[in-house]
Design a protein around this ligand. Sequence first.
Ligand code: BG6
Length: 506
Amino acid sequence: MNAKRPATTAAQADPCCFVIFGASGDLAHRLLVPALYNLAARGLLPEAFAIIGVARGEKSEESFRADLENGLRRFALGAIDSEIVRRLLGSVGYVAGGADDPATYSKLGEALKRIEHARETRGNRLFYLATPPSAFAPIGRRLGETGLAREENGAWRRLIIEKPFGTDLASAQALNRELLELLQERQIYRIDHYLGKETVQNIMVLRFANGLFEPIWNRHHIDHVQITVAESLTVGSRARFYDETGALRDMVPNHLFQLLSLVAMEPPSRFEAHAVRLEKAQALDAIHLPNDGTALNDSVRAQYVAARVGDNEIEDYRKTKDVRPDSTTETYVALKLMIDNWRWAGVPFYLRTGKALKSRRTEVAIEFKQAPFAMFRDTPVDRLAQNFLVMSIQPNECIGLQFNAKVPGPAIAISGVHMTFKYQDYFDAAPSSGYETLIYDCMIGDAILFQRADGIEAGWRAVQPFLDAWRNAGPRGLAVYKAGSEGPAEADQLLARDGRRWRSIA
Ligand code: BG6
């Protein structure tokens, strides 16, 4: 094999001040600062750069800097170079205050003025909302009202907003409305960390940079699509949030729909933010909205129950600390979705995601239609292996094709075989969480990998019939599955009904 190809490089981002709301939280320490470090190590952060933290607790700049450094040393994905840390954290400010308190914003304004002058960051500001979702609208409103986010004198002002963006269609629409009253859509970067993953971005390249796949990427050749995000972890310490949220809201309108829309979208007219996001939103918008009966029929919700997994005893979800003992929150969901357009009519998209499953696996599998008849004696069509194209996103980053081949020997015997491309065989990439790409893109003003209001709302619109049907049906219909299994039997039946099977996640 040839030498591995190095990762691409890019120009340094513009000078800017990086303001983190929720600066003492887990996200800031675990993901944001390590991502900033990786950008600095790759030479992508500007010289003129400063970090300002905003959080409730009183803290000196020195102790904030020490917190950031400790977090970085704990969560960095690779070795740490002290010189890069010194430069990255060379200019740090801290503002104590609540998200909805006007005093916070006057202090923030002063800190920005002081630091922007000292560091010559040209007034460019990136506000990162790493807070609980209840703070998104108040922060957006205060930043808008105080003018701190107003773009003037050639300086840009951008907001990155974490998920969850709303808890249903109505709340997502309300949040979009509130934000857009005071800010421009082009200033708002709604993040979904799945779009920072290389293999997720590669779905578009696979489809639109090759002549091979697109001609067969439609209802004439594709039997169905399976999208799986299986997690082996339990809800762990996030139970309070999770019990209010559930697997459907936590994963489907965002991460799974990112995968679905990249697979289902039409080719964009240009590779730029408006065109790409338009096509993705239209794919989501074409998802069929079922009535209550169909929604119940085409969905499975389930909760994990205790089991021994390897050396660990996993307890019932309901016994987890901070979970209500009679909770009916689903920790697993499987859906059958239909897309009402010319490309996909009649092709089911089966989606599943859950916690405490047998293994961690994220993949998109496209199953092609069977050969129309088998000319090989004694090999009926239904015994031929299915033709799958599998885009594996984690833990292994690879793309594989499963097809039939002749078993060597005098008789005609046929067996399914695999051809696999592994990222690590071809490319040398530094470890990254995906946040690097997204933060850098925001700094250079490229919104392709961020969600626009229409995409977010189309996603919620498509899951709303399931939320409604489940609410109307009450706890009836909540299935269970053993921790460490591949999911509930009901999910197998969802596909068996259509004469299909899930791929194993083992
Ligand atoms: C988060 C969800 O958005 O994504 C978590 O809130 C989930 O519940 C996580 O575990 C999965 O991300 P990844 O990158 O590990 O697949």
